[in-house]
Structures are given as structure tokens and as C-alpha cells.
Write a protein that binds this ligand. Structure first.
Ligand code: GP9
Ligand code: MN
Length: 432
């Protein structure tokens, strides 16, 4: 294991991208509020159905000068879905090739995760707000190992059946009923809100519907727009609560989509709404659909805008650390700062397919991004470029797997970091 760890250290140090001095520390000491947009895909941004914007509020954030937005940001989850997104965003390592790391390794592994790092280095408090039961995806165990001080799970909210959809509390209620807890957290805080209403099969009660469904013949595709619209309204309301509570000005709000809502097989139903034909729809198109939003909203900033840098969920942690003024170098992270000129733009998917700014690679098939066509006879130069990218992908995934599967962070304690003791935390709702 000593040599495994050395390989990991060597790889992550080589992959490290030094901060962009214009961006380093621009969010220092601000509260961080991460909003997990369940199953939310990038194609929804600016999308109009029957002439109506589906997500007008998120669109306004996306285009606003106070937001650093990304147009080529990809989800990289595997079978662990939401929990894989959480693993990448908060530990800087990948989910596993099979199953969910949260469920299989989350109880016993050592992590050097965002809440612990921010708590120890800048005295941040930390909390998760999620209206589902604490044990879903083994979160109650994992969050303790991540160093989360508080976990407001379903038991903290009114769970009257009218308040629930399939995966827990309706998003508008989650945001509304969480503010009273959020306001009491010691500032600065690191807080994560995990929404659920925009989850397959995208059902919502009549009372909450305020957008007309599509008409593709597949009810989950059709209703995806209805629940996405509801989520958009919920986020807008949350911003209003933050402004009213006075927290808004001192906070950075990070929004991201965790993974697709519409599966590859259902993309064929979606195709016509995107102005494409289902008969020419290919694996290339399926990969393009894996884009999800990533936005960093910093009230008062005027230099935001839309970046076309390629990246994914694995890159969020080093990016955020640098914005908060913490150099990510001493942590073993598999992504890199999206704002750095040294950022590697090869995006690995969990099945070893990948995308770069020029090519989309599915198995051994190479597609050219500018045309979507298969490159049947790649030049020497293209072959070399693909080979290099593929090596980066296989190495990242396999070294991340060996780090987690062998629990190697036990043997790697960064300077000034104290290993987390999960027994320090108790998430029971005593009020109940
Ligand atoms: C449930 C929610 C859904 O608590 O986070 O997880 P998913 O099914 O998307 O992995
Ligand atoms: Mn999810």
C-alpha cells in the first residue's frame, strides 16, 4: 500500500493546477451555500417549451454578472448517482466503478472532506439540509466522517403526507422550513441543500403545478419540465429568504446539477423537442446530454460570465477551495481548479468514456465535437492526443479507486489537518 499511496501522491501533485491569482480568495470568509439541483441537466437552461422558459430564475443567474457559470460542465456519476456527486464535490475523489461509495465504504473510510477542511482551517460551521430519511445513501454515517456538524434530515421537518413527494419533503418547503436553522448557524458556514422534487418519475401534485407538461408520449419526459420549473421557483424563493434574512450579502451560492433526469433510452423521446431526429441520435448525443449546470453566484461580483472551459464534478472541490483562499495542493484531489490556466480539460466518465474540448470518446469510437461525426481514420496527431487523454482518464479513475478501496487516507494526514472523529457528532433530533 505504501507504493500505491506514493503513486497517488505523485499523480495528484502532477495534476494539481495552481490557483488563478485573479480568483484566489475572492470568496474568503463568506458563507458557502451549495444547492444540489436534483437530476437537473444543462439543456434546461434557456430552454423554452411552447414559448415559455422552463427555468427563468436559474437562467437569470446563469447569465448574470454576479455568477461564474460553465457551459461545458459534466456530471461524472456512476451507480451511486446523488451520492457519487456528493463524493466528488466534497472529497475530490470519484465514486466507485460499481455501487455507491457512500453505502459500501462510507461508514468506515477516512475522508479529508470539505466540512472538516473548512472547519479546521477557517473555523466554518457546517450543515446539510435534506428532507429525506437520514439513512438514505448511508448519509448519517458518511456525513460524520466528512466532519459535518449538523444534519437536518426529514425528522426536522413536518412530514405530513401533503408535504412529501417520492423522495421526501417538497423543495419549496425544504427551503422555507430550513431558514430558521440556517440563521442560527455560526458564520461563516458551509451548508448544503439537497433537493428532491425534480427526481424521476417527476410527479407533482396539481396544486404545485404551474407549467404545462410536454407532449412526447413519455410521461416522465413530459413531466420533467413541470418539476424542473417547480425547482426553479423553489430556488428563487430561497434567494428571497436569504435576502430577507440578511445572509445573502455574506454568502456565495454554488448551484449544480447532479446527473441526468432523462436516461439515454428516453433521449429518443426528447430528441424532437431539441430539434433533433431520433433516427440519427447517437452515443455522441447521449454524452452531450451529460452536461449539468455549475454556477458560482457571488453577490456583488461584477466579473462573472459564462466560461466554456471543460470540466466536471471532480473539479469543484479544488475550485471552491481556491475561491475561499485555501490552496488545495496538500490534499489528494483528482480534479483541478476550473479557473486555473493549468486545468486539465479532459473529463472522465465513470465508465472510462471521456470528453475533451475537441473529441468525445465512447469505447474505441472517436467523435469530433465540431461536427458530431465519427473520426474513422484519425491522424497520428489525433491518435496521440486521444491516447494521452485516455491515460489521464484510466489513471485518475483507478488511482481514486485504490485510494478509496484501500482506505489509504488513513496513512496520509495533510499538514495542519486533524483526522475526523465521527463520534464527535450526533444528528438526532432531540426536539422530536
Ligand atoms: C434521495 C436523493 C435521491 O435522498 O438524494 O438520490 P438519487 O436517487 O438521485 O441517487
Ligand atoms: Mn440524484
Amino acid at each position: 500500500t505504501g507504493s500505491d499511496l506514493n503513486k497517488i501522491i505523485e499523480f495528484t501533485q502532477k495534476n494539481y493546477a495552481a490557483p488563478n491569482s485573479k480568483m484566489f480568495g475572492i470568496a474568503k470568509n463568506k458563507n458557502v451555500i451549495v444547492i444540489h439541483l436534483e437530476s437537473f441537466q444543462q439543456f434546461l437552461i434557456d430552454f423554452k417549451l411552447n414559448g415559455q422558459e422552463v427555468t427563468p430564475f436559474l437562467n437569470s443567474l446563469y447569465h448574470g454578472k454576479e455568477t461564474y457559470s460553465f457551459s461545458n460542465f459534466f456530471n461524472q456519476v456512476g451507480q451511486g448517482k446523488t451520492s457519487d456527486a456528493e463524493t466528488m464535490l466534497e472529497t475530490g475523489t470519484f465514486g466507485l466503478s460499481q455501487g455507491s461509495l457512500f453505502s459500501t465504504l462510507g461508514t468506515d473510510n477516512t475522508f479529508e472532506a470539505m466540512p472538516a477542511i473548512l472547519g479546521q482551517s477557517l473555523n466554518y460551521s457546517s450543515a446539510v439540509f435534506h428532507g429525506n430519511s437520514a439513512s438514505f445513501w448511508n448519509r448519517d454515517k458518511v456525513y460524520k466522517n466528512f466532519g459535518y456538524q449538523y444534519f437536518f434530515d426529514a425528522s426536522y421537518y413536518n412530514q405530513d403526507s401533503n408535504n412529501l413527494t417520492e423522495y421526501g419533503l417538497k423543495d419549496k418547503l425544504l427551503f422555507h422550513d430550513s431558514v430558521k436553522y440556517l440563521e442560527k448557524l455560526q458564520q461563516p458556514f458551509y451548508a448544503k441543500f439537497i433537493t428532491v422534487s425534480n427526481h424521476f418519475p417527476f410527479t407533482l401534485d396539481e396544486q404545485n403545478k404551474s407549467f404545462e407538461a410536454a407532449n412526447t408520449g413519455d410521461s416522465s419526459v413530459d413531466n420533467y419540465f413541470v418539476t424542473a420549473h417547480y425547482l426553479d421557483q423553489a430556488v428563487k424563493e430561497f434567494f428571497d429568504y436569504l435576502k430577507a434574512s440578511g445572509l445573502y450579502e455574506n454568502s456565495v451560492i454554488v448551484l449544480y446539477g447532479d446527473h441526468y433526469g432523462i436516461s439515454n433510452s428516453r433521449n429518443l423521446k426528447l430528441a424532437s423537442l431539441l430539434g433533433k431526429s431520433s433516427s440519427t441520435w447517437s452515443d455522441y448525443d447521449n454524452v452531450q446530454m451529460q452536461r449539468v449546470p455549475f454556477m458560482i453566484h457571488i453577490p456583488g461580483q461584477e466579473n462573472g460570465g459564462i466560461s466554456d472551459t471543460y470540466g466536471g464534478e471532480i473539479d469543484v472541490m479544488p475550485t471552491l477551495l481556491h475561491l475561499l483562499g485555501i490552496d488545495s495542493k496538500k490534499y489528494l484531489l483528482f480534479g483541478s481548479d476550473l479557473f486555473s490556466k493549468d486545468h486539465n480539460q479532459t473529463v472522465a466518465f465513470r465508465n472510462e468514456n471521456f470528453i475533451t474540448p475537441n473529441y468525445t470518446v465512447v469505447g474505441s469510437t472517436i467523435y469530433e465535437n465540431s461536427t458530431g461525426n465519427v473520426v474513422t481514420h484519425p491522424s497520428k496527431k489525433v491518435k496521440a492526443e486521444i491516447k494521452k487523454a485516455r491515460e489521464h482518464v484510466t489513471q485518475s479513475l483507478s488511482l481514486s479507486d485504490s485510494l478509496n478501496n484501500k482506505n489509504l487516507l488513513r496513512f496520509y494526514v495533510p499538514s495542519d489537518f486533524t483526522p475526523v472523529d465521527p463520534r464527535e457528532f450526533n444528528y438526532k433530533n432531540e426536539v422530536e
